[in-house]
Design a protein around this ligand. Sequence first.
Ligand code: GCU
Length: 711
Amino acid sequence: MKRKKLLLTAFLPCLLATGLLRPACAATDLTTPRSSGDRSTGSSLWLNYHELAPSLQKDWSGVVRQVFSPGESAILLNARDELLLAIGQMTGRQVAATDSPAGKGTVMLGRLDQLVDFLPKSAVEKASALTEGGYLIESITTGGKPATAIVSRDDAGVLYGVFHFVRLMQSGESRLRLSLSSEPAITLRMLNHWDNLDGSIERGYGGRSLWKWEELPEQLSPRYEQYARYCASIGINAVAINNVNANPKILREDYLKKVEVLAGIFRKWGIQTYLCVSFASPIRPSGIVEGRPRWRGVGDLESADPLDPEVRQWWQTKVDEIYTLIPDFGGFLVKADSEGQPGPSSYGRTHVDGANMLADALASHGGTLIWRAFVYDNKGDDRAKEAYDEFKPFDSKFLDNVFIQVKNGPLDFQPREPFTPLFGAMPQTHLAMELQIAKEYLGHATTLAYLGPMWAEILASDTYAKGSGSTIAKVIDGSLYGQKKSCIAGVANTGDGPEWCGSVFNQANWYAFGRLAWNPRLGAEEIADEWIRMTFRCDAPSRAAILKMMMGSHEALVDYTMPLGLNLLCAYDGHYEPSPATREAFHKADSKGLGFNRTKRGSNYVGQYHPELQSIFNDPDKTPLKYLLWFHHVPWDKQLSTGRTLFDELTFRYNRGVKSVDEMVQTWKSLGGEIAPATHASVMKKLLEEQQFACLWRDECVRYFSGVADF
Ligand code: GCU
């Protein structure tokens, strides 16, 4: 009898006996919730202004007796109203907006030029030094009375400052003397919506699209404004509203009028609108001549060749038209020559030709062009190498208003991948990072997988581009190469469903993305703690229990789906269930071992990293276990640093993942009296589904690998 067969047969009954497998198969009864202080339904997301406990109400009431807000721009009016709303709901006392900051306990908010006469010199100095979007929150004395100033050099900064102040009130603590300032580390903090014009969402699990194209521009869904408010509350300042697999119709006049209305709403919350455009847009709707791919556009040309003067003029005219309607339009996001999308290669032109042509058209209006690097044709020996091979030679060739947007990992938003080696390899190019908030490969809306730890891990990864400490965060925020502009994008997980993101816990990922975009050095735990305090109203032990669940949830998912650096084991259709049998090209399992040899003796993907990382990733004994099978084809019976063989470690991790989900179920059950009944029940339902999902993944993968392995 082979050793691994023994292991499996020994292992499963043991799990059954210990109850490890039981919850996934037996129906679990929902705990009847006791009366609860938490009233959250998930529909107000993290801007859930629960009434504060009496002692806190008393403390904060002294600090927030009235609001002085001299500015009258739409953003500043929103900032003022938000503060009044939050104070009213949390303290139970409606406070008034006043014309002067004379009274005790005034919160004054505004731009520095509006508040300068009321601020002490030290506060003026600090506020003068703030960068765009930055703010100062300071307890001061003005006219002999204690007050709080929320001040910035620009309107959006004041709005962000107000949301920070509100967050402090929501934290459940008294913070009566304040002195803090904050500035965004990344200039463009963006959501990318993969929303189609027919209302569907590519990889969307939170409902149908928020944008009701058939109702626009006349009718306005209340969600537009709410959406913008949630985005602003976490510092998001740009949104690309349509799918990167772009329908050219978005550039038609009737659609641009609809976009104009959305952009007008977003503007009031400090958000710029971007559009995804098809590279074939200039082509006439009926398609084009023989000999070229049958691209269809919305123009009147027969070509989309970026070097053709007529094509260039077409784009310039279109861009001018957009800016007439939307003077603060952000720019275009483009997926070209990727997964069947049109691009410059059809005309023998390069990414540089394509991107710069569009960037040129946008430049006269101060617009930005974001060009995606998600390209592969699966013809070479390793898809992971393709973006680097294609884009690295173009370093320094893109215009100054171009960002090259690169996914965090070289394959495709997997539960865990090492960072794409382009980061740290294109010092003379503005690189944007693309993360996916929607959990395309992480169980969609079923799983409770908090992505903060995954993103924090990526951002903290060291590229060694300029020696040790050259982290991804420094590449992205521009500080490594002294770049003034920077960009991070998250593929949105929003929809028109009741919980906006498919589940309450998926809202945490939207929140975490925004917070990390503001400050990529924030800890995932700190962010989760903030979110829990803002979302639920529960006691400290319950908060701690939820935090523990969240912090372990991503690792649990990695364990029960693709541990040890495995990737893309999912079904082609939907990217949800396991299908290792169809993914041999990625896991390379054979009778001897498992994993993709990407070392110098294999595809030499490792060669795309800086030498310090090459020496780690070329050596299976130095490669961290979490990436082992990403880089190496490892014999099934090789003993790993844990003392277990590869096969044993694999099954150990698959089972550990399932066990973690079981623990989450138990924890959530125990919170039955603490969480609002509807929220508790809906999370419970999903956790029970996740138990099934985790078992499915483990059982399918372990069965498949045991069938292949021969040792
Ligand atoms: C993935 C995803 C596609 C998406 C693509 C992209 O492949 O499955 O739906 O279009 O990424 O990022 O462009």
